[in-house]
Design a protein around this ligand. Structure first.
Ligand SMILES: O=C(CO)COP(=O)(O)O
Length: 222
C-alpha cells in the first residue's frame, strides 16, 4: 500500500520576507503530525533554507536546472537546493514547462543528488511519457483547472484514472499524484478513490484566510 502524500506548492503567492512561507509550512507540519499524512511544501528557491531550517517537514524545490558545478550563471543548482534542505523537487510544472530532454536531464540530476522527483504532466499522454523517464511521482494537473477552484478529481476524473493506468502499465514503480482545483477533504478523498496516492495543490490552501483550517478540512475525509 502506498502512503498518501500532499505537496503544497507556494508558487509566488506569498510576498515579503519568507516568514509567510514559514507560517504556512508550520501549519502543514501541525496538520501532518495530527493526521499522520505526509505533507510537503514547495516554497520559492530563496525560501528553501529558511523553511527547511525552521520547520521539520519535507521541503521541495519548485524546479531545478540540469547543470553541474561550474560555469553556469542564473541557474538553480541541484547541490545548492539540496544543501538548503530540500528533499525533492517539482519538475516541468505547467507554469515552468521543460522540453522532454530537459525533463529527463532534470530527473537524472535530481536523482543523482538524492532528491525525490515529482514530474508534472497535463494529460494522459504526457503522464505516460513522464513515467517512461522513471521519476518517483507523476503529478497530473490539467492547466485549465489550475487555480480554478474546480477540482480535477471531480471535473476530469478520467485524466486521473487514465494517468494511473498508463503509468502503471509503463512503470509500476512510479506513483501518481493529481492536482488542479483541489482544496477540500472530499477532493482529496475522490483523488485517492481514483487511484492516485495524493495531491499537488496551491491556491485553495495558500490563499485561504486560514490555511491551517483549510488543511484540516483537506485531510478530514481520509
Ligand atoms: O498548480 C498547482 C499545484 O502545483 C495547482 O494549483 P491550484 O491548487 O491552485 O489549482
Amino acid at each position: 500500500m502506498s502512503s498518501t502524500l500532499i505537496v503544497l506548492n507556494l508558487k509566488t503567492y506569498l510576498e515579503g520576507t519568507g516568514e509567510g512561507a514559514v507560517k504556512v509550512a508550520q501549519a502543514c507540519k501541525e496538520v501532518a503530525d495530527n493526521s499522520g499524512i505526509e505533507i510537503g511544501v514547495a516554497p520559492q528557491f530563496c525560501d528553501i533554507y529558511r523553511v527547511a531550517s525552521q520547520v521539520d517537514l519535507p521541503v521541495y524545490s519548485q524546479s531545478l536546472d540540469p547543470v553541474g558545478a561550474g560555469s553556469f550563471t542564473g541557474h538553480a543548482f541541484v547541490q545548492s537546493i539540496k544543501d538548503a534542505g530540500a528533499v525533492g523537487t517539482l519538475i516541468n510544472h505547467s507554469e515552468c514547462r521543460l522540453t522532454l530532454a530537459n525533463i529527463d536531464a532534470s530527473i537524472t540530476t535530481a536523482r543523482d543528488a538524492g532528491l525525490k522527483t515529482v514530474v508534472c504532466t497535463n494529460n494522459v499522454a504526457t503522464s505516460a511519457a513522464a513515467a517512461a523517464l522513471g521519476p518517483d511521482y507523476v503529478a497530473v494537473e490539467p492547466p485549465e483547472l489550475i487555480g480554478s477552484g474546480i477540482p480535477v478529481s471531480k471535473a476530469d476524473p478520467g485524466v486521473v484514472t487514465g494517468s494511473v493506468d498508463a503509468v502503471k502499465r509503463i512503470n509500476p514503480a512510479v506513483q501518481v499524484l493529481c492536482g488542479a482545483g483541489i482544496s477540500k477533504g472530499e477532493d482529496l478523498a475522490a483523488a485517492l478513490e481514483l487511484g492516485s496516492v495524493g495531491v499537488l495543490l496551491a491556491s485553495g490552501i495558500v490563499k485561504a484566510a486560514d490555511p491551517k483550517a483549510a488543511l484540516d478540512d483537506l485531510v478530514s475525509k481520509v
